[in-house]
Design a protein around this ligand. Structure first.
Ligand SMILES: Cc1cc2nc3c(=O)[nH]c(=O)nc-3n(C[C@H](O)[C@H](O)[C@H](O)COP(=O)(O)O)c2cc1C
Length: 326
């Protein structure tokens, strides 16, 4: 069976991609992921604040940090020196000993000097850059247009700076998510990565403080990923890499049917990298049973048609299951 897929301008041997996470910060893990059959690996993100701290002087960073001063302080305290050099060395070493695409990742919220780093990434031989855009629209002084403008600025500046393929990892918080994704997909990005997960908090009622929860995803998150993959895949002018809630081997097939070109996994790999091998085998078996030879023979079979109105479908489904009218 031919499991080849397209990702960031490259043909890769499997549609399963390891998403950026703490497992993808060293050679040993990444080599094992490649051996298990991953199509590509996205490195653990560097934070804009880390890069700015090293690229420019701390003083510049602090002056421009505005509301992000606390984040800069945290980074300054917790980041070892030479993080950027270590990141670039990791890329150079990986490119020598693996043949799968290695994608860098930057967690950013603005188009500041961190972008100089993109050129260094390209020089180190990275195959692409995923931008994890950390935009939680919680500022009452910013309109929806102003928030969306941040995405535009970052992509435009980056496109001028480097010719690397760019994947944009976007959050699902937008008043008009489909329209936003479609517009961004026309801006020369190679891939739209859905979705960025914000950390969630519970409340400890004894200490009366927030406490972080759900660091890893749960299987029920898959359904939101299926929903938006099927809505977006025919609307956007780029490929979709879908992730969030993939915990069973068959979930990969579901997201391909919904229209994803590739599927990202992170949480499930904290148990065992052999998930990648099992998911590739499951995909291969399923394709054989269904007489598909290539992923293109079934990819997007359940994607929602570009011109169809999605809301009425979801409204009727809602009525069927929740209204008790039958
Ligand atoms: C422990 C952990 C660390 C993560 N770190 C990053 C990161 O540095 N950058 C990033 O873009 N996403 C990060 N993610 C998010 C994953 O790349 C992925 O988008 C998300 O976990 C959903 O996929 P999953 O359900 O397979 O975990 C992290 C996820 C986990 C579980």
């Amino acid at each position: 069976m031919d499991l080849q897929a397209q990702y960031m301008g490259r043909t890769i041997k499997s549609p399963i991609i390891v998403g950026s996470c703490s497992l993808t910060d060293n050679m040993d893990n990444i080599k094992r992921m490649a051996e298990a059959g991953a199509g590509a690996v996205i490195l653990k993100s560097l934070y804009e604040e880390q890069i700015t701290k090293e690229v420019s002087s701390n003083i510049w960073a602090m002056q421009n940090a505005g509301e992000m001063v606390a984040a800069y302080n945290y980074i300054a305290e917790h980041t070892e020196s030479n993080q950027i050099d270590k990141y670039l060395d990791l890329i150079r070493n990986l490119k020598r000993c693996t043949d799968i695409p290695i994608i860098a990742s930057v967690n950013c919220f603005s188009s500041t000097e961190w972008m100089q780093f993109a050129t260094a990434l390209a020089d180190a031989g990275v195959d692409g850059l995923e931008l994890n855009m950390f935009i939680l629209p919680s500022n009452v002084n910013m309109s929806a247009e102003e928030v969306e403008q941040i995405y535009d600025n970052v992509i435009q500046t980056l496109r001028r700076a480097v010719s690397l393929p760019i994947s944009l990892k976007i959050s699902s918080y937008s008043a008009s998510l489909a329209k936003l994704c479609q517009r961004l997909s026309w801006m020369g990005i190679s891939t739209l990565s859905i979705f960025n997960r914000f950390i969630e908090h519970d409340i400890d009622i004894d200490k009366q403080v927030f406490k972080p929860v759900n660091i890893q995803s749960s299987p029920s998150e898959l359904y939101n990923t299926i929903r938006w993959t099927s809505i977006l895949s025919k609307l956007v002018n780029c490929s979709i890499t879908a992730g969030g809630g993939v915990h069973k081997e068959e979930d990969v097939i579901k997201l391909l049917l919904a229209g994803a070109s590739t599927v990202q996994v992170s949480s499930v790999l904290y148990e065992d990298y052999s998930f990648i091998t099992r998911a590739n085998e499951k995909l291969s078996r399923w394709m054989e049973e269904n007489r598909y030879h290539h992923i293109g023979d079934f990819r997007g079979k359940l994607a929602i048609n570009k011109n169809s109105e999605v809301s009425p479908f979801y409204r009727i489904e809602y009525m069927k299951h929740f209204s008790g009218i039958e």
